[in-house]
Design a binder for this molecule. Sequence first.
Ligand SMILES: C[S@@+](CC[C@H](N)C(=O)[O-])C[C@H]1O[C@@H](n2cnc3c(N)ncnc32)[C@H](O)[C@@H]1O
Length: 361
Amino acid sequence: MNKAAEIGETTPGHPGPGDHRAPADSGVGSDRASTDSPIPDSVIPGAGPSPRPATPRSGDPAPSPGGTPRPGERATVRLRDTGDEEPPRYAPEWLELREPADAAARAHDLLDPLRIRLANLPGKGGIVIHDLGCGTGSMGRWLAPLLDGAQHWVLHDRDPYLLHFAAVASPRSAADGSRVTVETRRGDVARLTPDALRGASLVTASALLDVLTREEIETLADACTGAGCPALLTLSVAGRVEFSPSHPMDEEITEAFNAHQRQDGLLGPDSVTVACEAFSERGATVRLNPSPWRLGPDQAELTAQWLRGWVAAAVEQEPALKARAEKYLQERLAACEAGDLHVTVHHTDLLALSRPTGGAS
Ligand SMILES: C[S@@+](CC[C@H](N)C(=O)[O-])C[C@H]1O[C@@H](n2cnc3c(N)ncnc32)[C@H](O)[C@@H]1O
């Protein structure tokens, strides 16, 4: 079979944001899947590729998907066998590859109500923004230059390696030239408390909600509303994909992929509905906007990588699809390479305006 058609091929080695290469011992790109089978067992769901350990840790409320790419789109790779104690990592190469498409997709319509809320905060000392599950920091690189005034970003992730990338490639100045500073915090967002958000002006997250459980989203809503802090939660997968041209297997793969995303209590395409309910029940005003990836010939590398992860997750979910899915993937990759494929991967951005408690900066 043509190598290009292998399902779930791991992400090629790209430099991380700002061209900062991985430390020599990071394992990046070193643990490629076995190529005996076109369905590798080392690719982690991508979209929200949210990695999930093969054996969920007991007591872990948010097991990350394991084994296969969970495409949604965020194909990621298992960089090394981290055992039961450490969740698999998202590959910085994947996060870099998707960053331009993410930036183009993000909903600008939610920024005006957010700016109004931020402008009405008491105090003139600048704003404090907590970015949860920051990865390599793409949310800050997009949002900081769109907001006026001094900003201090607190970048949260459970992966110290990604936090390193985020700190090094952090934004430096706001829309009006004001200073932007950052700090990093390693930790599990599933354990976030209102206290951890004391003094926060805004909470952000990007490509995170769909890899959380209902309980974790409720914890997040408790923390934000308890702190009286608005939340901009972007690029959650919507579970819908459109192709041009279409193919008879599109829907079958989409359904299998969505089922894969919902494994182990993760919300996948249901995350936005659950987040809406959670924030609304806690008194917040919620607004939604679509934020689709629109992928064409100019995004062929991203499209191909996403396709591999998306199909691999579907096959992991429905092994009976394997033979037909390989052919499907081969055809799709060929069309992509020829510049004949357009894909819309639907996402949703959510803005939750909590009732102020007086504690925000
Ligand atoms: C799909 S990546 C998105 C990264 C980044 N926000 C972006 O848009 O490029 C999801 C990120 O969330 C982090 N993450 C997932 N679950 C987490 C948790 N429970 N606590 C902290 N970080 C988490 C992962 O380590 C990863 O960096």
